[in-house]
Design a protein around this ligand. Sequence first.
Ligand code: SAM
Length: 286
Amino acid sequence: MSDAGDLAGHRISLVPTPIGHLQDVTLRALDTLRAADVVAAEDTRRSRVLLDRHGITTRLTRLDAHTMAARAPALLQQHRHVAFITDAGTPGISDPGAELVALARDLGVEVEVLPGPTAFVPALVLSGLPAARFTFEGFLPRKGRERRERIAAIAARDHPSIVYEAPTRLLASLRDMAAACGEERSAAVARELTKLHEETRRGTLRELAAHFEATKVRGEIVLVIGPADAERAGVDAPPLDAEALAERLASEGRWGRDLRADLIAAGVPRDVAYALAMRLKQGGER
Ligand code: SAM
């Protein structure tokens, strides 16, 4: 193996590829695949379809999780510019990538990662759940203590959790989630994103489990589980009309501190609850 430094000027580009629709690839990704000396891919036959579609003739060579440690150092030595792609989406996201980045860094090879397609981002946005903060869980273990602990953590979170799931495991996971989070927890199942049979189904874990019990599911799946405190609201619930709620409560004789407390308990932000309670109190005194 070369000493670090020998490979100065060598570069590896991690290039995201479509998660379904072959046109979901950036212009820069295509340029990079075209300009590289070699494209290392998890599955060369599958990646050939993408390269052919875009008229890219760069040589493809196999590099996957099993061959990474044995093959990557030589590839990085032999070629000044290697592009790495996985079967779909962004390398390193529930796919090989992290090990390659570490290896390249150790060898003194420059690493660049292009931004691009990944399945969890459209799934999260399509879920309609609050997306300002989230936890990406990737694939959960199929059984055992680690699975139980990961699901317990999902149940306790105050923000959405994203899980990659196989169709054969979806129902079991929905049931396990319902047992830990409660059946009324909001969730969404995003399936076959960007493909012909794309579908996003939103509902409670109970509703989703009932649906997928009755309907055979195929394809690739992302499961998004809502935060603990969104349980009562539901994903499709209309936004809370704080003003209308305050007026109704006031008409029922709730004023001042009591009104404020009722509004906060219903999910109205504290500052809004204060302002409404103040305004209605003043209105009531006029
Ligand atoms: N590197 C990919 C990424 O950036 O999203 C993830 C690769 S991982 C091996 C494959 C999993 O990603 C699938 O089992 C599924 O959970 C999710 N996935 C990939 N493509 C998808 C799609 N078109 N629709 C829904 N989920 C998808």
